[in-house]
Structure formats: C-alpha cells, structure tokens
Design a protein around this ligand. Structure first.
Ligand SMILES: [Zn+2]
Length: 96
C-alpha cells in the first residue's frame, strides 16, 4: 500500500505532465499499456486531451460525464479510473 500513498501525495502538483501520468499509471497497472496506446491513437490530434483527463467538478475533464461517487473516491486515493463515456484515464488534478 505504500505505493498508493506515495501516488496520492504527488497528485497535488498543479500541472501534471503526461509522461508522469503514464509512469504512475503503469506502476499501478502494468497491463494498462495496451489500453493507453489505444486511447492515445484514438484521441491524438483530435482533442486537447489525450489518453488522460483531469477530473473537474466530479466529472470527466474531457467529456464532462459525471463520475460515480465510489469511483471518485478511488481517484482521490490516487487510483486511475476510466471515464464511462470516453474511456480516458482520469485523475484528480486539484483538491475539489
Ligand atoms: Zn470522458
């Protein structure tokens, strides 16, 4: 569990680079690499958001779909969740 704690402590930084997100994601879920590649291909050049989107107002920062509270809680602990609509990996970018 120490790994999770470390991750949630880093979540506060304002600007999170994609490289950092990828590193964190693969640390949590090494098997997410396939999904990640698929998402990057799908969204590349089409949106300001790539395979990742920050959580804003309890919703997906890319497509605005609301996130279920149980999943939101996981995200607050530093766990990556996937948007139910666009499938992007979601993370908490600020303390809201
Ligand atoms: Zn979404």
């Amino acid at each position: 569990m120490s790994k999770l704690k470390e991750i949630s402590m880093n979540v506060d930084s304002k600007v999170i680079r994609e490289e950092e997100l990828i590193e964190r994601l693969l640390e949590q879920h090494p098997s997410a690499k396939v999904t990640l590649e698929r998402l990057r291909i799908r969204f590349e050049g089409r949106s300001t958001h790539g395979a990742f989107a920050p959580i804003k107002n309890k919703g997906c920062g890319a497509c605005n779909v609301t996130i279920a509270s149980g999943r939101l809680q996981l995200a607050r602990m530093g766990v990556f969740i996937n948007c139910a609509n666009c499938s992007r990996f979601l993370y908490i970018a600020s303390a809201d």
